[in-house]
Each structure stands twice: as structure tokens, then as C-alpha cells.
Design a protein around this ligand. Structure first.
Ligand SMILES: C[S@@+](CC[C@H](N)C(=O)[O-])C[C@H]1O[C@@H](n2cnc3c(N)ncnc32)[C@H](O)[C@@H]1O
Length: 358
């Protein structure tokens, strides 16, 4: 056997063991989110396992073991004297308050949904062909929607759109808007509510996403949104759209070059494309060294984003960090869109925002 340094070996095994714990914890955090355990703790304050089980109508033994795990991993606080459990203020924001910007329940839901598809990954690695968004199931679409909901509902219209020259005025007066890759249409609904004189079309190729979008639009009661599946009903090629948005779409797309061409052809000569995409750096070395989100992003990439981008035989597979600013500048310029401005906005940790025009 190789003569390894036992301390280094132990440290390395500890590092991997922490990752394993993190994987298990995703499943148990999703359970806490789904069953309202965090919400109940946040609302009612310190409780013993019996009280929490009663409040959530669950079995005490299961709740108790879950609380032990949550307290050991540090997501729930434990008061030894009172033998009670409670959420810190930070815990409430991240785990219990769906309308808080730091809430992570949606992200965890989408991660657990991906675990269901891991059995298909060996074949993806062999064939090179990835899985589409719909292959990842409804849970993945729903988790992504919950991940982006807060920003799109509360910040997009009041905080971001005013930073794009002339857009709020144009939407107020009445404009044609395409929200491409709209997912559950949270962004489309937020804009449609704020600008009733404008007409919106949400485009998405995912049937799960379109189904969720349909239900969300009905719940919101807005009448100025239509939904199209671009596989059958593509963007118009007649330069007729005033404003186009893409929120985390281009890096996921199988054909980003064609998507950018389609956006360019449908955009009015004086129109604007608001492109939100994941903050990344041009090289792996830079991301590994300087991007605090790199590990998370590459994990998502193999399981969802790159996989979706490779879900057709000729897919580009840019990956989660693959449509970084430099790449976006190059690809949009190559398509003939000559104006590219980074919108200064630090209200979103994952995304950068670009105002792209003819
Ligand atoms: C990461 S999700 C983002 C969804 C939504 N914009 C949001 O922020 O919650 C990417 C979405 O883009 C869609 N998509 C990918 N390529 C597309 C294309 N060429 N045209 C329309 N939608 C596309 C996917 O189906 C998926 O719903």
C-alpha cells in the first residue's frame, strides 16, 4: 500500500464526509420545507419535538429524529436546558420565509428533484447526450421557479427595469414584450401586472414550465399574457417586439447562437433585450480561483444546465457559467447586435444583467 500521511488522509476523508452530509441534508431540508416544519418553528418559537409534531400533525418520533439531525448540522438551534428547538433570525429567512431574498427552499427542491435523474447520468457521460428540462421532472421546474420568484416579483419592475434607458416609459405607454424561457412566468406576470397597456408573450420549450405558467397566470388573474412554445410557434422574424427578456435561458439553450439570432430578428430597431445570465468568468482557472459560486455552479451544470444544453445531438452545452459577460459580448456582436451595456445591479447574487440593442 502507498505510504500516505495519516493526518492528510483523515482530513481528506473528513472533507468528503462533509459533502456526503450536505447531500443527505438537502433531502432532509426539503422535507422540512415541504412539511412546514421550519415555518411552524418560525411562527411559534422554541418548541420541543412533541409540540412541533402536534403543530404540524406529524409523528413525534420522526420529527424528533429530524430535529436532532437539523440541530447537529446547525440549521436549527437547540436549547439544552429547556430541551427545545428554535430557528435563529437567519434560519427563519433562509429556511422559513418564502418571500425573503435569502430563502433557499426552491433551490433545495430543485436539487433533490435532480437526484431522481442521477441513474441516467452514466449513459449521458457515455453518449454525450444530456437530459432536457422536462426530463428533470416537474419538481425541477417548480424549484427553479421558487428560486427566482422573489427577485422577479419584488425587484424586477421597481428596481431593475428603471435602469434600462426608456423601458419603463415604453412599457407604461404600451409595448410588445417577449419573455423568452419564461419558466413559470413569474417575471412575465410581474411585468404584465405593472404595465397593463403592454402585451406579453411568454415563450418556453418545457411543457412542465408552460403548465406551471398557465396555472400561475390564471391565479394572478392577468389577461395581457399569452404563452407560446417556440418549437411550434417561434419568435416573429419581423422586428416587431419592443422589449425582450431572458432570465437564465441562454446558457441552458441547446442552440444559443440560433436563439440570439431569433431574438435579434424579432427585436425592433430601437428595441432592447434585457438578458440576465449567471455571473461567471471566462476561464475555469479564474472561476476556481475567484468565483465563490463556482462549486455550486459546476454542480448545477452537470446535473441540469449543461445537461439541458446538450439534450439534442448538436447541442452547444455552454454550462451554467458558460454565458459569462465576455462570451455574451462576443456572441451578441457576432449576431449583429452592436450595443451591449452591463446594468449595474447588485440585488442578485447569481446573475449579471445586460441591456443589448441593435
Ligand atoms: C433556468 S430556467 C429559467 C426559467 C425562468 N426564466 C426563471 O427565471 O425562473 C431556463 C428556462 O429556459 C427554457 N428554455 C431553454 N431554451 C429555450 C429556448 N430556446 N426557447 C425558449 N425557452 C427555452 C427552459 O425550458 C427553462 O424553462
Amino acid at each position: 500500500m502507498t505510504n500516505r500521511n495519516p493526518e492528510a488522509l483523515q482530513a481528506f476523508a473528513g472533507k468528503v464526509s462533509n459533502s456526503v452530509t450536505g447531500g443527505l441534508n438537502c433531502a432532509l431540508t426539503m422535507i422540512g420545507d415541504q412539511l412546514g416544519l421550519y415555518r411552524s418553528l418560525a411562527e411559534k418559537g422554541p418548541m420541543q419535538s412533541g409540540g412541533l409534531a402536534e403543530a404540524t400533525h406529524l409523528s413525534e418520533r420522526w420529527v424528533r429524529e429530524w430535529l436532532y439531525q437539523q440541530a447537529c448540522i446547525g440549521q436549527i438551534e437547540y436549547d439544552e436546558t429547556a430541551d427545545s428547538f428554535f430557528l435563529s433570525e437567519e434560519g427563519k429567512a433562509v429556511l422559513a420565509q418564502e418571500d425573503h431574498p435569502a430563502y433557499m427552499g426552491g433551490m433545495i427542491q430543485s436539487v433533490v428533484a435532480m437526484f431522481d435523474t442521477v441513474e441516467h447520468l452514466p449513459e449521458c457521460f457515455r453518449s454525450g447526450l444530456g437530459q432536457s428540462f422536462d426530463d428533470k421532472g416537474e419538481g425541477c421546474a417548480c424549484g427553479i421557479e421558487r428560486m427566482s420568484r422573489k427577485f422577479q416579483t419584488d425587484y424586477l419592475v421597481p428596481a431593475l427595469l428603471p435602469r434600462l434607458d426608456g423601458i419603463t416609459e415604453r412599457l407604461t405607454a404600451g409595448a410588445s414584450v417577449a419573455d423568452v424561457g419564461c419558466g413559470g412566468a413569474t417575471s412575465t406576470i410581474a411585468m404584465a401586472k405593472a404595465f397593463p397597456a403592454s402585451k406579453f408573450i411568454g415563450y418556453d420549450i418545457s411543457l412542465h414550465a408552460l403548465e406551471r405558467a398557465r396555472a400561475n397566470i390564471a391565479t394572478a388573474g392577468v389577461s395581457n399574457i399569452k404563452l407560446h412554445n417556440p418549437t411550434f410557434d417561434p419568435l416573429p422574424e419581423d422586428s416587431s417586439i419592443d422589449f425582450i427578456t431572458t432570465f437564465d435561458v441562454v446558457h441552458d439553450s441547446t442552440h444559443p447562437r440560433q436563439l440570439i439570432d431569433a431574438i435579434k430578428n424579432s427585436l425592433k430597431r430601437d428595441g432592447s433585450w434585457l438578458c440576465a445570465d449567471v455571473k461567471g468568468l471566462p476561464t475555469f482557472a479564474e472561476n476556481r480561483r475567484d468565483n465563490p459560486m463556482a462549486t455550486l455552479a459546476y454542480s448545477f451544470s452537470v446535473l441540469v444546465c449543461m445537461s439541458a444544453g446538450l439534450s439534442t445531438p448538436d447541442g452547444a452545452g455552454l454550462g451554467t457559467l458558460g454565458f459569462h459577460e465576455q462570451k455574451a459580448r462576443e456572441m451578441t456582436a457576432a449576431a449583429g447586435l452592436s450595443s451591449f451595456n452591463v446594468i449595474p445591479f447588485d440585488g442578485d447574487v447569481f446573475n449579471a444583467f445586460y441591456d443589448i440593442r441593435h
